[in-house]
Design a protein around this ligand. Structure first.
Ligand code: UDP
Length: 247
């Protein structure tokens, strides 16, 4: 985490305590500063992964900004008496950055999801943010031996913002590995948000988001996620057990 950002540590993963609006202000400054920065919107699944995998933990700790994107993180930080301000959803940050980017003339690159879906996402982006400059886009299905080709494609278009929508296991380590080489001021992993932008996936209804049940909606829509989501109760039990240690 960049120095100066108020944060709470959860098992060594530093989460920003800024609210949505403050986070947006920070990210605007970050883009304007033109130093490569990685934003991770993290959830309990990622915290648990970091606890199992030291390389993933080190990667999280190198990120310039980690925001709490998960009801579980909001709950856990409150439970140990060091609450974050609120859930800061990656998809909402992405849209706010599109909106501000339109005003400021930022160049945006979208990288991720399947070839037909990314094309639809780009169409929707053009409809919703007609003045936004689209530096380029590419699907997220490429192998490690194509990384250099993808990097040079992105570098040539000189974006200010790069949104990467590949699975969490892939996108965050990929961004960490290449952020310096890419030199893009702000790179953010957005997972399935490009699918939502394209209209292929739906976000939970507002009432469910308010009740912090977005995770349940995702589980119901994509039952194949259940294995991964078994980590959620494990995380909750672990936090309850470790409450004193974490305070
Ligand atoms: N994805 C991709 N390249 C890959 C794997 C996944 O672009 O090699 C995309 C996938 O199409 C989807 C997004 O990454 O749009 C998130 O995938 P998934 O739901 O599997 O990952 P999660 O966000 O649950 O980690």
């Amino acid at each position: 985490m960049k120095p100066g950002i108020p944060a709470v540590s959860l098992y060594g993963v530093p989460f920003s305590k800024l609210n949505f609006k403050e986070t947006v202000d920070l990210l605007v400054q970050t883009v304007e500063a033109k130093m490569p920065a990685q934003v991770i919107t993290a959830n309990p699944i990622m915290v648990m992964k970091a606890l199992e995998d030291p390389a993933y933990m080190a990667m999280m700790q190198r990120a310039e900004v980690i925001v709490p994107d998960g009801a579980g993180v909001v709950w856990a930080t409150g439970y140990i008496g060091k609450p974050v301000a609120e859930k800061v959803a990656g998809i909402e940050l992405m849209h706010e950055l599109f909106r501000i980017g339109e005003e400021r003339g930022w160049r945006v690159y979208l990288l991720g999801t399947a070839p037909d879906t990314i094309r639809i996402a780009v169409e929707k982006l053009r409809e919703r943010y007609p003045k936004l400059i689209l530096a380029g886009y590419r699907d997220g299905y490429f192998k490690a031996d194509q990384d250099q080709e993808v990097l040079s494609e992105i570098q040539q278009t000189a974006p200010d913002l790069l949104f990467v929508g590949r699975g969490a296991d892939t996108q965050e380590p990929w961004i960490d590995r290449y952020k310096e080489e890419l030199g893009v001021p702000l790179v953010m992993g957005v997972g399935g948000s490009l699918d939502i932008l394209a209209g292929k996936l739906k976000r939970a209804p507002k009432w469910m988001i308010k009740l912090r049940l977005e995770w349940f909606y995702r589980l119901a829509k994509e039952p194949t996620r259940y294995k991964r989501m078994l980590v959620l109760p494990k995380f909750a039990l672990k936090v309850m057990r470790d409450r004193e240690k974490l305070q």
